[in-house]
Write a protein that binds this ligand. Structure first.
Ligand code: G3P
Ligand code: CA
Length: 225
């Protein structure tokens, strides 16, 4: 079975990385919900793709403002930027969560939050995958909490995948669809690594990924998978 991964929530239907998009992904029975995570000035984790957000007349930098200020920003459909806690509480184990670290300082607070949800709120480590293009942050996650599953994220073909797998010992590799080949999927599976592919919206490509036997596909339309 190929898992459906709702990219930024069901972002083809609702504004990405908002509670509306998460709710829609749950309604559509996504297996995993992918969320981008940034850190505010007061070191709170928020769900947002970009570090800078357009507020109508200028860009506001999340890093330079507190959670309170960041949450005053109005997005499309009158949505606010959710804290990661709000997002997790809404998901409430009805789907797993792929937290994508977008900030270089986010490994430690993300580990703390995951460990809190596991120890106090009956979540399991199986409910989380932490991925990032910033490989150092993933190493920090591994050091701080070896039980948290990490996903190596790539945006173009890489020739050093084997070396990276030895170094990071990931649970999964997250590849852009242009970079995936059938052989690559087979080789990764032989090493026990899951293959997730982003971001696949067309039925033709989704079918091709199924044919390649990838483990999961990120899509803005998780109901297509
Ligand atoms: O995690 C896969 C994908 O979300 C990475 O790209 O720009 O959509 O965060 P981006
Ligand atoms: Ca992402």
């Amino acid at each position: 079975m190929m898992l459906s991964i709702a990219h930024r929530g069901a972002s083809g239907y609702e504004p990405g990385n908002t509670l509306l998009a998460i709710r829609k992904a749950l309604e559509l029975d996504a297996d995993i919900i992918e969320l981008d995570v940034q850190l505010t000035k007061d070191r709170k984790l928020v769900v947002c793709h970009d570090q800078k957000v357009w507020v109508g007349y200028k860009y506001l930098s999340i890093t330079h403002h507190t959670l309170e200020t960041v949450q005053m920003i109005r997005l499309a459909k009158n949505q606010h930027i959710p804290s990661l806690r709000e997002a997790l509480d809404l998901i409430n184990k009805k789907a797993a969560v792929n937290i994508e670290l977008k900030d270089r300082r986010s490994a430690a607070p993300v580990c703390r939050l995951i460990n809190e949800y596991v120890s106090k709120k009956r979540w399991g480590y199986r409910h989380f995958i932490v991925s990032s293009f910033i490989k150092d942050e993933l190493l920090r996650i591994k050091k701080l909490s070896p039980r948290i599953r990490i996903g190596l994220l790539y945006n173009k073909p890489t020739r050093n995948l084997s070396a990276a797998i030895k170094q990071y010992k990931p649970y999964s590799v997250h590849l852009h669809f242009v970079a995936v080949t059938r052989d690559m999927v087979r080789e990764l599976h032989e090493q026990g690594i899951k293959v997730f592919v982003w971001t696949v919206n067309s039925m033709r490509l989704i079918d091709r990924m199924r044919d390649y036997r990838v483990d999961g596909v990120f899509s803005d339309y998780p109901d297509r998978i």
